[in-house]
Design a protein around this ligand. Structure first.
Ligand code: SAM
Length: 222
């Protein structure tokens, strides 16, 4: 079982998402475990402050290092496994299937979700093992990236999506993945009179060798 530990200032965001679909089943089957922590629980002041203004001036607020430091340390101390700390930032390494594949071998991972104008750089420098970006755009927080990464990793855990063979079909090795165009019934779809959108003949030929060749050929980005 792999455990995902999420540090956020918006724990409620995750509730509905992780209660649905295969992610929910995976938790029930104890294939994965998800714990969501409110960063404000590691603050000392009445207002539970997690941010402050940036040194040098500038717009917005920056997440402070102290509560994050305390949260990571306490969550780490729950077990003796030295979990990896993954921090989300648009400046991070681009998240790819290969990274998910590597992370799926971990026993426990701590995710730090940023908010405001970002996180004190000392967290990135001294506390995070991996800095991840899910794309070249800026979101409001690290919660969606955490869901994206957790779902991608979970899919790779044997039994989470049911059929291991199905997974093998898509994941060739740790270098990446092959995706290809998919079709289902009807064989011919007519959006209007005289126009026919057909399923490629090879896919209904029953010739598995040729189908595999076709899939390899078409397994490219579109
Ligand atoms: N300039 C800030 C920075 O470089 O981190 C942007 C802060 S953004 C408004 C707030 C938080 O959202 C970030 O700290 C990060 O955790 C998360 N975030 C935003 N876009 C992201 C992306 N593309 N990938 C991963 N995390 C992202």
């Amino acid at each position: 079982m792999i455990t995902f530990e999420i540090i956020t200032i918006f724990p409620e965001i995750f509730k509905c998402y992780f209660k649905e679909s295969l992610i929910s089943k995976a938790q029930k089957k104890e294939l994965i475990k998800i714990n969501v922590y409110n960063l404000r629980d590691w603050t000392d002041d009445k207002r539970k402050t997690v941010d402050d203004s940036p040194y040098g001036g500038g717009l917005g607020m920056v997440m402070k290092i102290e509560p994050i430091f305390k949260a990571i340390n306490e969550i780490k101390s729950f077990k003796k496994d030295n979990p990896k700390v993954v921090l989300f930032t648009p400046r991070g390494k681009k998240f790819k299937q290969k990274i998910a594949y590597d992370l799926s071998k971990e026993e426990r991972i701590i995710f730090v979700c940023g908010r405001y104008e970002g996180i004190d750089e000392r967290v990135l420098k001294h506390l995070a093992d991996i800095k991840l970006s899910i794309g070249d755009y800026v979101l409001m927080g690290g919660e969606l990236p955490a869901m994206v990464v957790i779902e991608t990793i979970s899919r790779l855990i044997p039994e989470v999506i049911g059929k291991e063979n199905f997974l093998k079909e898509r994941i060739t090795n740790d270098k990446g993945f092959i995706e290809y165009p998919q079709y289902t019934r009807p064989e011919v779809f007519s959006p209007e009179k005289g126009i026919y959108w057909k399923v490629p003949k090879i896919l209904i030929s029953g010739n598995h060798k040729e189908i595999e060749k076709w899939r390899k050929k078409h397994g490219k980005k579109i």
